[in-house]
Each structure stands twice: as structure tokens, then as C-alpha cells.
Design a protein. Structure first.
Length: 240
């Protein structure tokens, strides 16, 4: 995967979240962002982010825009009648076909593989390498999303999964999480893979086994550390 960039801008703040809370009862809200992220109550959706990804493979962009609830995508077009990605791709392929045909025709008439022929073959090879990096699923695109905090929490459950998410998609989403941590660390701490979120349970048909690894224990302990003893159920008296 080529180099890609991620930028995150937070558009709303804790004040708006509390205003949303205060719309549901008489009084003043003192709830924190971390508390609302842990509970995932509706005011979590007041926290909006503008995320921009540049030069990511088309298939990764496709993975991310599947999360349509709470997320509005804006992806670079690949149309040939707009100023989009890979302009003239079909023409490049047609040109290579013509050049290869000319070489083969010349060789069939007794031409030798030296001088201009060798240079042309090398040039065609470079063009084919370019096509390999800029066509099909690896076509580089830019993607921006207007997304709320709840959607990011839900995305993380699937796009950080080492068992079913593509390893390059995981790499991109980890970069998103890192950028989120710079503008909203409380939210980043709640963006975990599904087995961590479910305390070890896997929702897939086949478990990859990560939930039995030492790395899982570390991630789970970090996630659980953000919850109080009461939230963990440790202060509840046993009942008969």
C-alpha cells in the first residue's frame, strides 16, 4: 500500500453534548465526554468529526463507507468525464496494446531485441507497473467523512478486528484512531475491536483466537480501566 495521510478535525464540543443532555431533563448537566462515550447514550451523536484520508486504496475506502449510519462519505470520483482519479486510464491501456503489437510485429520480421526495442520494452514494463498500482482495487482515492462519535465506536469494532478485517484496512483505521486520540482521547479509548468490547466474545462464525492472546489481555485491561468499580459490577452486593 502506498503512503497515505489522515487528518481529523473535531467540529463540536462537550458544551453541545451537555446542552443535548439538558434538553432531556430540567436542570444542569455535568456529564463528561468519557461518561457519555462509555454509556453510548444518544448525546454521543452530538460529537462530530471531519476525517480526511488521502491516497488510500479504493477497496479500503469501500470498507469504510459501508458504515453509513452516522457517517456521510465524500469520495474522489474515478469518472473519466470529471476531474477524478486515474484520468485517461483506458487510453493508457490502449496505448500499451498498440506499442506491444508494434514490437511483436517488428520482431516477427526479424527485428532484434537491442537499442530502441529494449528501451521500448522497458518503458512498457514501467507503464504496466504503474497500472498495477493505480487500477482495480488498489486505485488510489481520497475520502472524507462527516461522522459522529457513535459511528466511530461502531466502526472500530469491525475495522480493528484482526480476524475478519483486511490487514491494510486495520492499518488505516489504527491511523484514524491515533488522530482521534489527538483531538478527543476519551473517544479513542472507547474505539476497540469487537472482542474487547464484548469482554472476550467473538461475533464472527469463526474466532481468530486473538481473545486468547496476551495482546488481548493488555487491550482488555486498558479498556476496562476506563470504567469504575461500580460499572464493572464489583460493588454490587450478591443476591440470593
Amino acid at each position: 500500500m502506498k503512503d497515505f495521510t489522515v487528518s481529523v478535525r473535531k467540529l463540536t464540543d462537550e458544551g453541545l453534548m451537555r446542552e443535548a443532555c439538558e434538553s432531556t431533563f430540567i436542570g444542569t448537566s455535568h456529564v463528561s465526554l468519557e461518561t457519555i462515550y462509555k454509556s453510548e447514550h444518544s448525546p454521543v451523536r452530538t460529537q462530530l468529526f471531519w476525517i480526511t484520508l488521502k491516497n488510500i486504496p479504493l477497496f479500503i475506502s469501500t470498507h469504510l463507507i459501508r458504515h453509513h449510519v452516522g457517517s456521510v462519505p465524500f469520495q474522489l470520483t474515478c469518472r473519466d468525464d470529471r476531474k477524478g482519479g486515474n484520468p485517461g486510464l483506458i487510453a493508457k491501456i490502449a496505448d500499451i496494446r498498440t506499442r506491444l503489437s508494434n514490437l511483436i510485429d517488428d520482431w516477427s520480421k526479424g527485428g532484434s531485441f537491442i537499442g530502441p526495442h529494449a528501451e521500448e520494452a522497458e518503458s512498457i514494463s514501467e507503464e504496466l507497473n504503474w497500472l498495477a498500482d493505480n487500477s482495480d482495487r488498489y486505485t488510489p482515492v481520497n475520502l472524507s467523512v462527516l461522522v459522529n462519535a457513535q459511528s466511530l465506536i461502531d466502526m472500530a469494532k469491525l475495522r480493528l478486528c484482526s480476524g475478519t478485517a483486511h490487514h491494510e484496512t486495520v492499518e488505516v483505521f489504527k491511523a484514524i484512531k491515533q488522530k482521534i486520540s489527538e483531538v478527543d482521547p476519551a473517544l479513542a479509548s472507547m474505539m476497540v475491536r469487537k472482542c474487547v468490547y464484548r469482554n472476550g466474545l467473538c461475533g464472527e462464525q469463526r474466532c481468530c483466537g486473538f481473545n486468547h492472546s496476551s495482546a488481548f489481555i493488555v487491550e482488555l485491561q486498558d479498556y476496562v480501566s476506563h470504567f469504575t468499580e461500580k460499572q464493572r459490577g464489583n460493588l454490587i452486593l450478591p443476591t440470593e
